[in-house]
Structure formats: C-alpha cells, structure tokens
Design a protein around this ligand. Sequence first.
Ligand code: ATP
Length: 235
Amino acid sequence: MILQVRDMKVRYGAIHALHGIDLEIAPNEVVALIGANGAGKSSAVKAIAGLLPYSGEVVYDGAPLRPAGAERNVRKGLVLVPEGRGILGGMSVEENLLMGIYSRPDQKAAQADVEAMMERFPILGERRHGKASLLSGGEQQMLAIARALLARPRLLLLDEPSLGLAPKMTSFVFDLIGSLRRDGLSVLLVEQKARQALKISDRAYLLETGRIVASGSAESLANDDVVSETFLGGR
Ligand code: ATP
C-alpha cells in the first residue's frame, strides 16, 4: 500500500469532522472519496497532506507520517491540489508552474520539466506570460494539476477538481486523472460528482458525516441500488 489511514479523527473545536476513518490506496490506484457537502472530505485530504492536525495514523510508503508535516510530505511525493486550486491569480502562468518545483533538488531537470509541462498542456504554454487569473476555471484547474505534477508526486490528492467547471472541462479533467494512472501515479480523488468519479476510479469510499459508510470497487458501488439512491441520485 502507498497509503494507509487508520482511525483518523479530525475536529474543529467542538465540531467533529471525522469520527475515525480507515482507508488505503495501493500503488497505481485511483481511489475516490465521495460524499455530500460537509461530509468531511476536505478535512480528510488536508489531514493526510499534513495541513490539519488529526489523531490516528497515516502510513505513507511504509512509514508513519508526522502530523502537520505538509512541506516534508511534498518532498516525499505526497502532493495536494486543494479545493479552489490554490492558483496565485496575480502571478503569471509560468510563475505558478515554477512554484511547483521549489521542493525539487534537481533544479536544472525541474526547469526542463516546466517547459515540458507547457508542451503537454499547450494552452499553458501559450499563456505563460499572462496572469493566471485570466485563465478559465478549467484552465486554472489544469494549471493546478500541472504545478502539482512538477513536484513529482507519487500520490496525488485532488480536492474537488471539477468544482465550478463546465461539463466539457469536467470531462477533460477526469480524462486527465485517468491518464495519470497510466503514468504510474496513485490518486485520491475527492468529488461530489460521484458518478463521473466512479467511472475513472478503481475503488471508492463513501463518507457521510465523518464516517465511512460504504467502500468497495468503483463498479460494485456504482451498481449498488442503496448506494445509487443515497449517493448517486438514482440510476
Ligand atoms: P465540502 O464539499 O463542502 O468542502 P467536505 O465534505 O469537504 O465538504 P469538510 O469541509 O471537511 O467537508 O467539513 C466537514 C465538517 O467540518 C463540516 O461540518 C464543516 O462545517 C466543518 N468544518 C470544516 N472546516 C471547519 C473549520 N475551519 N472550522 C469549523 N468547522 C469546520
């Protein structure tokens, strides 16, 4: 397993956001974490990334992570693309991409990777000197994922990448996530667009008010009548 989360609890003062969740991700697996608004999905990925205090254990690549070690975790290849993307709109597309390589020890190769990323996503290359805020929502999501990839992740945590995107751009982003698996990455995908997320995932966990209430292969969950009614808005 590349990631094992055991009995993770997160609270904000008196509010308990996670009541002890367990989940795991195998190498090269895309795993969806699905649930309604406020179910605790963002809390889970932020805690795993090392941005929120938690109790319980997160084992990454065989070793327990220290809580609140976000920057250290990035160097180990555990990288979060946060909800809302974390793009700095006043900076250029290229400057945003360059932020992705700050943790890389091999700066020369990393610079070459920035160029390669602009070839992989030509729209980013065309807009390299333009302000990131002038990109469309979908292009900004592309930029956020490209920046995360430049940190050379082994496990990518994506928090609602399709939020606010038009249907065409949503499909683009989901296709892109599918292609990351082909590149050998592992992905934890937080989504409210459950049906589409299940289509590109190997397995999924369903989160309801801080507890995992179902898990299994993406296919079996998509075909389960109760899950379908409760989480997927029927068939
Ligand atoms: P969303 O899709 O709306 O982001 P989510 O499933 O990601 O929802 P979380 O954002 O993790 O859910 O929130 C889980 C619970 O914790 C909710 O009840 C939320 O109101 C609460 N919560 C989240 N952040 C804070 C905070 N900073 N302070 C207090 N309560 C919070």
